[in-house]
Design a protein around this ligand. Structure first.
Ligand SMILES: [Zn+2]
Length: 406
């Protein structure tokens, strides 16, 4: 079962100091220590497509069946959720449903109604707290949920709903996978489908009932939120935390395209928090600012901000770390992501805020003082920027932070 207990993390890297710091800042939290939910992909449902008796094209049907069964016991699974003591999933079987959805537009509410009806009728196997229904829809079904429309604003999502069961109700997790054509940055539709499915399945396993019993979320380091999610005050799940543009197609698990997910265990060991690593030989390194846990209002706490009053300067210590010895020192750059290929090419932080470092060339164990200054006419606001650690033009990592002008 899902153990949402926040496991004590210890460093095995020999870089305890750096590990302590990355751990303090980077953790995905177990919001509800008694959270429970599926650790297993027990059941999946395919809607028949107009094109055939089964789940659309036979190849897609075969693909999703073998994918779902394989992925929950894979190396990828172990690397992505091993730190959270999430067990392997088990095969819950496959169900083909009569096609009532091709060439229709449905809502998330329709899906919840459908699940309740099909559990009641016995068309779907009865769920328990460990069940995740993964629903794969035909390409001609348009799905809308609170976050927008399928294949336009999302490639999948997961949620939970109550279904009637044995005179009571059972909260059950489900994931919705539309079948998109040429969606986002996917190299092909198969890669997009398994990538999105892996994202929703791994998040459902760690945050099964997000609306009623949230589990593992990154909620106290806003600056790590991908800009695609808006940043600032949200609560992102383990795959969201490692979402970057153009990631689809980058990590392959035995022939299936899958996502990366945040690992507290890796972060605690000063390794790349996004696992599995795209390059297994990569030695992770970076510079972590020592920030305070601040109240952003409404009880929302975050380590991701450094307050700089207008007309003032503030200093913050950056702890430089690497998980293993590197070929040479690396260089620090501070500024805003401009999307430039050259990692040393960062833009101004904004609001005329300036950053100065006590040293630029660093290695593991160094402490660097960063001084942020805001002019007297700085406009109050929050300005996201990065502390980049650059070994060479292709080998670098960014630590995000907000300057908060008050
Ligand atoms: Zn997500």
């Amino acid at each position: 079962m899902l153990q949402a207990v926040f496991t004590h993390l210890s460093s095995n890297s020999g870089l305890l100091e750096a590990a302590e710091r990355s751990r303090r800042i980077e953790n995905i939290k177990a919001v509800n220590p008694n959270g429970s939910g599926p650790d297993a992909v027990r059941n999946r449902v395919c809607f028949a497509d107009v094109a055939g008796p089964n789940c659309g094209r036979q190849t897609i049907r075969g693909l999703v069946r073998s994918f779902d069964h394989f992925i929950v016991t894979s190396d990828w699974w172990h690397q992505a959720v091993g730190w959270a003591s999430i067990a392997d999933g088990v095969n819950g079987g496959d169900v083909d449903m009569p096609d009532t959805v091709s060439n229709t537009s449905i809502t998330d509410g329709d899906i919840q109604t459908f699940l309740a009806a099909k559990v009641t009728s016995g068309a779907l196997p009865a769920p328990d707290s460990q069940t995740l229904y993964v629903l794969y829809y035909p390409s001609t079904t348009s799905i809308s949920s609170g976050s927008g429309s399928s294949c336009v604003s999302f490639g999948g999502y997961h949620s939970s709903t109550q279904v009637p069961l044995e005179g009571g109700v059972q909260q059950v997790a489900y994931a919705v996978l539309p079948r998109c054509d040429d969606y986002g940055d996917a190299p092909d539709n198969y890669a997009e489908l398994t990538y999105s499915a892996s994202h929703e399945i791994i998040e459902a396993a760690t945050d099964a009932w997000p609306g009623v019993q949230p589990a593992y979320l990154l909620g106290d380091y806003d600056a790590w939120e991908p800009s695609a999610y808006g940043g600032g005050g949200g609560y992102i799940e383990i795959a969201d935390a490692c979402w970057v543009p153009n990631q689809v197609g980058q990590y392959d698990e035995t022939g299936y395209n899958v996502c990366q997910a945040w690992s507290n265990g890796a972060a605690a060991a000063s390794r790349d928090p996004c696992q599995p690593q795209l390059d297994p030989t990569e030695k992770y390194f970076g510079a972590a600012p020592r920030t305070q846990l601040l109240d952003l209002g409404g009880g929302h706490m975050s380590y991701g901000y450094l307050v700089v009053p207008a007309g003032k300067s503030v200093e913050v210590i950056l702890d430089v770390f690497s998980e293993a010895a590197l070929a040479h020192d690396f260089l620090l750059y501070v500024g805003k992501d401009t999307g430039a290929a050259d990692p040393s090419n960062v833009g101004p932080i904004g609001d005329s805020i300036t950053a100065n470092l006590s040293r630029q060339q660093v290695h593991n164990g160094n402490g660097v003082i960063m001084t942020l200054s805001a002019p007297t006419d700085a406009v109050p606001g929050k300005f996201q920027f990065q502390i980049r650690s650059v070994l060479d033009s292709a080998t670098w990592h960014a630590w995000p932070l907000y300057a908060w002008v008050k």
